[in-house]
Design a protein around this ligand. Structure first.
Ligand code: SAH
Ligand code: SF4
Ligand code: F3S
Length: 441
């Protein structure tokens, strides 16, 4: 046995919560003598942190496993694990379908990862898709994002009780759980001490946050945001993803009154037809969504909105789809994600007949063309305006830094390297398809 540190390679798919979780898993393996590597060829342990949201996302995992298993020929000590939402949804089936997999761990069992790896190394069955009562984060090391990055994610709420008819998340992430505010504030302070300037609060239904307050009682997301607002050195706060039905008055108001809360909001609606919204079990109408947007914009007129859309949900007619286009026209998004409906095993909608792929593709194209036009208009509208930018890294050209505007747009600016990791004020000079050019003020 040499004392060379063992190497861990983590590959992350899916949403930002998986990014956060991958860091926590790497930290959990640190005390076991593992250091991380970007190169799977030199790893002793490879973890795929997977996403089950659409069929394509889930299938990607198996093609990656097919490639990775060949590495075992060169390194008999290599162990391969599958974590995340595919692990939760498929469990032992993964090992049956791809015998090169040594370990399967669901999103609520990451604190048991060291033990599972030890079992996999001993040649024992290593499968854990329990959803235990205890909070995994209480058993995982506190987040320690390296200071080189001025932005960080912080999971405050996990799981979903909404059961939209198309969605696997309530099954893969389990019931909604909010972390205690005290722990979140100490994690946030530690991040800020390490140079983090912007924290994005994460949750599958982040605005449903209702955690224990530090002095008893229950805190809302707005309470938490106001407490974070009081942390010196933290300059920007964001949160994602929200559900329209959980937007409380205090949270709407915070958009107008909390200077650190950035004017960008991801608020998925999925569809614009009330008939389809009902079939999706969204429990709100298109008009209620628009009304909420109006209230948010009354609080913060420059709010930039982003959304998620699904086309081709079972039963969606041409008229339903036109309703979606109409809603998009009415709202005016600065950014959006749109997907063809994918039937997911175990969800209520999977029992129903979807629309043909040709029709769904055509609708997706039309929707995306509209959303792209809106995004470009929003980029163009920035020209001549002032905004702050948090510089994250070097740009493509020498002397350039790249960062994000308040509205989460990528901005490149000629700026001294000393501004890396800092917030500076700029004036936008030019809009490109996916980024803005600006000058320091
Ligand atoms: N909790 C978040 C995100 C859920 S997943 C929310 O409620 O918005 C991210 C997006 O994936 C969803 O908003 C939805 O647009 C899309 N999505 C989820 N299930 C899908 C499916 N079966 N087919 C296609 N898109 C899906
Ligand atoms: Fe899925 Fe709906 Fe929950 Fe979002 S709110 S995670 S789309 S079930
Ligand atoms: Fe995917 Fe799971 Fe996130 S299904 S989108 S990784 S919650």
């Amino acid at each position: 046995m040499t004392d060379r540190p063992k190497k861990l390679h983590v590959k992350t798919y899916g949403c930002q919560m998986n990014v956060y979780d991958s860091e926590r898993m790497a930290e959990a393996m640190g005390p076991q003598g593992y250091v991380t590597t970007d190169r799977p060829e030199e790893a002793d342990l490879i973890l795929l942190n997977t996403c089950h949201i659409r069929e394509k996302a889930a299938e990607k995992v198996y093609s990656e496993l097919g490639r990775l298993k060949t590495l075992k020929a060169d390194n008999p000590d290599l162990r391969i694990g599958v974590a995340g939402c595919v692990a939760q949804a498929e469990g032992a089936e993964i090992m049956a379908r791809q015998p090169a997999v040594d370990l399967v761990v669901g999103p609520q069992a990451y604190h048991r990862l060291p033990d599972l790896v030890a079992r996999a190394r001993a040649g024992e069955q290593a499968l854990d898709t329990d959803m235990p009562e205890e909070d995994k984060f209480e058993h995982l090391p506190q987040a320690r994002t390296p200071a080189a990055r001025p932005t960080a994610f912080l999971t405050v709420q996990e799981g979903c009780d909404k059961f939209c008819a198309f969605c696997v998340v309530p099954y893969t992430r389990g019931a909604e759980v909010s972390r205690p505010a005290k722990r979140l504030l100490s994690e946030a302070r530690a991040l800020v001490d390490r140079g983090v300037k912007e924290i994005t609060l994460l949750g599958q239904n982040v605005n449903a946050y209702h955690g224990d307050g530090p002095e008893g009682g229950t805190w809302s997301l707005a309470d938490l945001i106001w407490a974070l607002d009081g942390i010196d050195g933290l300059e920007r706060i964001r949160f994602t993803t929200s559900h329209p039905n959980d937007f409380t008055d205090d949270l709407i108001a915070a958009h107008g009154t909390c200077a650190k809360l950035m004017p960008y909001l991801h608020l998925p609606v999925q569809a614009g037809s009330d008939r389809i919204l009902k079939a999706m079990n969204r429990k709100h109408t298109a008009a209620q969504y628009i009304e909420l947007i109006n209230r948010l914009r009354a609080a913060r007129p420059d709010l930039l909105l982003s959304g998620d859309f699904i086309v081709g949900f079972p039963g969606e007619t041409d008229a339903d789809f036109e309703d979606t286009l109409r809603l998009v026209e009415q709202v005016g998004y600065g950014q959006a994600y749109s997907f063809k409906y994918s039937a997911r095993p175990g969800t209520p909608a999977a029992e129903k007949q979807g629309v043909s792929d040709a029709v769904a593709s055509e609708r997706l194209q039309r929707l995306q063309a509209l959303l792209t036009r809106q995004q470009q208009a929003a980029q163009q509208a920035m020209v001549g305006r002032e905004t702050s930018v948090l510089f994250e890294k070097a740009g493509r050209l020498p002397g350039q830094l790249v960062g994000k505007s308040e509205y989460l747009q990528a901005v490149h600016v000629e700026a001294p390297d000393s501004l890396r990791g800092q917030v500076a004020h700029v004036r936008v000079t030019e809009a490109k398809a996916n980024s803005l050019a600006a000058v320091l003020i």
